[in-house]
Ligand binder design. Structure first.
Ligand SMILES: NC(=O)c1ccc[n+]([C@@H]2O[C@H](COP(=O)([O-])OP(=O)(O)OC[C@H]3O[C@@H](n4cnc5c(N)ncnc54)[C@H](OP(=O)(O)O)[C@@H]3O)[C@@H](O)[C@H]2O)c1
Length: 293
């Protein structure tokens, strides 16, 4: 079967990390279908050449309809910021989709996950939900590939507010920052071999930098007017509680998780099967200069 004969459904194709995967699958010749809550938004973000099915993974009818004739499903959903929403999306969302895929005879399901997802490290609502989601996919019986990714370079601009980039917590661990473009190429390639089936693959970029080092590289190249401003997780939590800001409280929990846990696992197998990521943070920053106000 060639790529052009295969249809891949992307769930979360309007997301920061789902969109580049949908685009790369299309560029590699797959027929790409999107399950989108807002088809107009999906069409305006991705353009022509995609089949867009209006729906929601929580609506069994639309999910079933979207699975008709599909060879693979890529899940790129995001839960939170409340505990129940991590559980609903990262855990039950993955379970519902995997079970529906199994019933429909879909050939494989691929899932984005994170490197610090394991029994020992599941100490936050997000990591617990992701771990349960991974377990549900593995026990569903559908062939799978799980991508346990390191931090994406694309998240760096999200920490910028005005002239400051917030370095939250004591982030001492070296991290292999990965560009979404490299990751998307690897996901698409995973659909072109059966060697990736029933595996958890660690997706690590070419170089390791602590979060502070990465913010320094990014701002020096792409946002020279922005300076790194450290804030503790405790202070962010206090600010979140005082202002009833659920996002800040959740961010404080997330960054506490990454204070405690560095990368483990090896990217050797992913690099061998899917070609090692090439894009360095410096290269990515040069291509992603911020417009200075
Ligand atoms: N940031 C990192 O460095 C990193 C590293 C490893 C793993 N990850 C994980 O990567 C995943 C994706 O992150 P992201 O930043 O791409 O998230 P995002 O931009 O928020 O995208 C989430 C996507 O899910 C869709 N969605 C949500 N609920 C849905 C529903 N009920 N039915 C159908 N679609 C629904 C959204 O669609 P709408 O357009 O309709 O909202 C959107 O397309 C997250 O689980 C994250 O934890 C991130």
């Amino acid at each position: 079967m060639t790529n052009t004969d295969k249809t891949i459904l992307v769930i979360g194709g309007t997301g920061m990390l789902g969109k580049p995967v949908a685009q790369q699958l299309k560029a590699d010749g797959f027929k790409v279908c999107l399950l989108a809550r807002n088809p107009e938004k999906a069409k305006s973000m991705l353009g022509d050449g995609y089949e867009i099915v209006k729906g929601d993974f929580e609506d069994a009818g639309t999910l079933k309809a979207a699975l008709a004739g599909v060879d693979g499903i890529h899940i790129s959903l995001k839960g939170g910021p409340r505990e129940k929403d991590f559980d609903r999306v990262d855990h039950h969302g993955t379970r519902i989709i995997a079970e529906a895929a199994r019933s429909a005879g879909v050939g494989r399901v691929t899932l984005i996950s994170a490197y610090a997802v394991s029994e020992e490290k599941a100490d936050t609502p997000e990591s617990r939900s992701k771990l349960k989601g991974e377990a549900a996919l593995k026990s569903s019986g559908v062939p799978y590939t799980i991508f346990r990714c390191s931090w994406f370079m694309e998240t760096l601009p999200l920490f910028v507010q005005g002239k400051n980039i917030s370095l939250i917590g004591n982030q001492i661990h070296p991290l292999h920052w990965i560009a979404a473009e490299d990751y998307a190429r690897m996901v698409s390639k995973s659909y072109q071999t059966d060697e990736t089936l029933n595996k958890e693959l660690y997706i690590f970029g070419p170089e390791a930098h602590t979060m502070g080092e990465a913010m320094k590289i990014y701002t020096e190249i792409a946002a020279p007017d922005v300076k790194v401003s450290p804030i503790s997780t405790g202070m962010l939590l206090a600010l979140g509680m005082l202002s009833f800001n659920t996002e800040w409280k959740s961010m404080s929990t997330l960054m506490g998780h990454y204070e405690r846990h560095g990368e483990d696992g090896s990217s050797e197998e992913a690099d061998r099967l899917l070609e090692k990521p090439q894009i360095t943070l410096r290269e990515w920053s040069r291509k992603n200069q911020r417009n200075i106000q």
